[in-house]
Design a protein around this ligand. Sequence first.
Ligand code: RB5
Length: 146
Amino acid sequence: MSKVVLANDHGAVALAARIKAHLEERGYEVVYLGTDKEESVDYPDKAKEACEEYLKGGYEFGVLCCGTGIGISIAANKIHGIRCALVGDKFSAEMTKRHNNPSFIAFGGRVAYHDSVEDMLDAFIDASFEGGRHQKRIDKITALEG
Ligand code: RB5
């Protein structure tokens, strides 16, 4: 069974529950790191926790959520070896898999999306990385990590 790691701050508790249910419906084992509470937690802490879990290996990808998806994706992208794509529609969800092959995708629990997050997840999951010139560009992103 393919594994996904999922984490969120207090700004995306309900959204994370929906994402977990959808991924499980699609047959994924979801390692959920919370928070499932409304009390405030700091999104950089949740990003760190989820990225460290992902880097242990065995994960197909990860999902990070905060109120906008912005803070938690910025934090994740500071971590060596992680590429996190903040997506806002089905098109960008599909294209980021095809071209950027990110380790994580991010969503905002307080954002009104035109496409449902479930549809964006499906677009991401069902797309395939194209490699070739896109791998070369990813290698250049990795080189920026120093
Ligand atoms: C928390 O209030 C909020 O700032 C956070 O969830 C996120 O939107 C940050 O980018």
